[in-house]
Design a protein around this ligand. Structure first.
Ligand SMILES: [Zn+2]
Length: 321
């Protein structure tokens, strides 16, 4: 199997966790060893909260329009190396307002770069954050509505799942649903299957990670029945200790049970990975084939937040080498 040749779709990818080390070096002037120490998470962190500390450095340099543009271009370069043809890139605009940019300026700056890209189709998912002010999260909903189908395709909720359960965000998702903004929610990564069930009750169309569904037949049945796609990020799950080792990752069991899923990096730099590496890891561990990966990419397009016409166009490209 020639993994780099497989045309790919990536749906779960954080912009701030994916800035290349070279660009961080250029923008921070820190020595490379120091950057690696601050930004690359250990192969095994204590927990998700520990993993999330590695975002401080990239966020500190993503505070001006110039730098945001460079970060967006840097990501596009990485996606090309992985042969990604469609990506939904997520980030939390509120983290990039420390030097005076408004959340709208943050979004339009990245959007502008993504819109100019010819070879890869790109959309933004705007993240609300667990633990930030309700007002800040509400603003993300209104911003997503304003730019929906104009570079923004959905919203998400990210951050510390354990200390900020989903129930706290019920009203926000109700509002998003009323405004017809689609969403995916990080759930059942380090929390439990009940959080996945709740996310689906809120009307999430996809689940970020969702791997804890494997513990709960009722939740698996709901996922199957509603055709919810799980955005799987294998290496990241090991690092956050959501799974102890790759051999025990539920991705193969979920796949065998007919659960819709796709493969993602989560954070290219924090997790020290690429999409090619993630595919190789799964091929080596579980013997996934090219046909399996093509099938997952087709599901990813089907459950992407593109319109039907765009889905059809990109889906046709997935089987061509
Ligand atoms: Zn994530």
């Amino acid at each position: 199997m020639n993994i780099p040749n497989i045309k790919k779709v990536e749906l779960h990818l954080h912009l701030d966790g994916s800035i290349s080390l070279d660009l961080v070096k250029k923008l921070s002037n820190l020595p490379i060893e120091e950057i690696k120490k601050q930004m690359i998470a250990k192969e095994k962190c204590n927990d998700l909260k520990d993993y999330l500390t590695h975002f401080d450095l990239p966020i500190s340099i993503m505070q001006t329009k110039e730098n945001l543009k460079l970060v967006a271009l840097d990501l596009i370069k990485q996606l090309k190396k992985d042969n990604v043809i469609y990506a939904e890139v997520r980030f939390a605009p509120i983290f990039h307002t420390k030097q005076g940019l408004s959340i709208e300026e943050v979004v339009t700056t990245i959007n502008e770069v993504f819109n100019q890209e010819q070879d890869i189709k790109l959309n933004l998912i705007l993240c609300m954050m667990r633990g930030t002010k309700p007002k800040d999260n509400a603003e993300i909903i209104y911003l997503a509505k304003k730019y929906l189908n104009k570079g923004v395709c959905a919203i998400d909720l990210a951050g510390d799942e354990i200390n900020y359960p989903l129930e706290l965000y019920k009203d926000l998702f109700k509002k998003a649903d009323e405004l017809n903004i689609p969403f995916t929610i990080h759930a059942g990564e380090t929390s439990n299957s009940k959080e996945i069930k709740k996310a689906i009750q809120f009307n999430a169309k996809r689940i970020g990670h969702g791997i804890k569904a494997i513990d709960d037949d009722e939740v698996l049945n709901i996922i199957k029945e509603k055709q919810i796609l799980l955005e799987i990020c294998p290496t990241s799950n090991i690092q956050t200790n959501a799974v102890d080792k790759i051999q025990n990752h539920p991705v193969y069991k979920l796949y065998q049970q007919g659960i819709l899923l796709n493969i993602n990096t989560d954070n290219r730099t924090v997790s020290n990975t690429t999409l090619n590496k993630e595919y190789k890891l799964l091929q080596d561990t579980f013997k996934f084939t090219t046909a399996d990966f093509i099938k997952m990419n087709k599901w990813a397009i089907e459950k992407s937040f593109l319109n039907d016409q765009e889905k059809e166009k990109i889906s046709k490209l997935l089987t061509k080498f």
